[in-house]
Design a protein around this ligand. Structure first.
Ligand code: ACO
Ligand code: ZN
Length: 281
């Protein structure tokens, strides 16, 4: 963990080209020293190799035979596909993805040890190939029950529901593992907004449908959301009372309806029947 170095450095690469997008970067990313003098980097949108000059990329694109991320396609629904990449089997890809992601992640450590992670890359696919819209990473084994380490939606694709889709996907994996999960901290402002939004909608939907009392433990079992995250979410919605030393959920239908209206659109759903996946062993 070399976070102290990264926090103090200023942004070096100002823009990046990826597929048909030119994207302005947000933060410093510790690319190898030979890239220190470039303002713009050219990425191959499939293998994520990066280059200093457009001509290099053009030459690369003639040879690169990837049309989608390496690894296994574990989900496909319509034009959306999710690929699982093992950082140990595809080290260079994992490192490239981390360099790229750090351009948009502030308070996150870049993991040089990509071996320990799985990467879930979400793509929009067409006849030219599968184009990355975002990703999340996940430790193969987490002591702290983290089910997501870093999450990113590339800027041209933000605010379309992909972030919540990625979050929902991370919880679907946790459900398949039979574990509860929580995102690694700290969360960025946008990360927190997205998680709050996801937790709120999922919990309100259940409370709305459920008849009778329900406990935080039961909600956690149903959703794979960690009890603490459920508690803070319901507290912020003022749906929790403290009685006889216990937190009790008070789901007044009128209050639920008010919150549900405010929670806005649901976004893209994960169709679990299209997820073909077994937990990492
Ligand atoms: N302004 C205000 N609210 C926002 C914004 C914004 N610019 N972006 C997202 N939100 C909120 C909204 O509440 C939104 O829900 P709504 O559109 O229904 O109102 C909710 O977040 C989620 O929106 P999505 O469209 O599902 O999310 P998006 O695809 O934009 O991705 C993400 C969210 C991944 C956090 C994205 O903003 C991003 O990549 N940011 C840069 C990297 C980052 O900060 N990642 C999280 C770090 S923490 C961690 O990795 C554990
Ligand atoms: Zn390539």
């Amino acid at each position: 963990l070399r976070e102290h170095e990264e926090f103090t450095k200023v942004k070096n690469i100002a823009t990046m080209e990826l597929g048909r997008y030119e994207i302005e970067t947000w933060y410093f990313s510790p690319f190898p020293p030979e890239y220190n003098d470039c303002l713009k980097l050219y990425f191959c949108e499939f293998c994520l190799n990066f280059m200093k000059r457009k001509e290099q990329l053009q030459r690369h694109m003639k040879k690169c035979d990837l049309k989608h991320p390496p690894g296994d396609e574990i989900y496909r629904s319509g034009t959306l596909s999710m690929f699982e990449i093992d950082g140990k089997k595809n080290k260079v890809y994992g490192q490239n993805l981390c360099y790229l992601a750090k351009l948009f992640l502030d308070h996150k450590t870049l993991y040089y040890d990509v071996d320990l992670f799985l990467f879930y890359v979400l793509c929009e696919c067409d006849d030219r190939g599968c184009h990355m819209v975002g990703y999340f990473s996940k430790e193969k084994h987490s002591e702290e029950s983290y089910n997501l380490a870093c999450i990113l939606t590339l800027p041209p694709y933000q605010r379309k529901g992909y972030g919540k889709f990625l979050i929902a996907f991370s919880y679907e994996l946790s459900k398949k593992e039979g574990k509860v999960g929580t995102p690694e901290r700290p969360l960025s402002d946008l990360g927190l907004l997205s998680y709050r939004g996801y937790w709120t909608r999922v919990l309100l939907d259940i409370l709305k449908r459920h008849k009778g009392n329900i406990s935080i433990k039961e909600l956690s079992d149903m959703t794979a959301i960690k009890a603490e995250d459920i508690l803070t979410t319901l507290q912020s919605l003022e749906l929790i009372q403290y009685r006889k030393g216990q937190h009790v959920i008070c789901a007044d239908p009128k209050v639920l309806d008010r919150h549900l209206k405010a929670a806005g659109r649901g976004g893209l759903d994960v169709d679990v029947s299209k997820l073909i996946w077994t937990p990492y062993k």
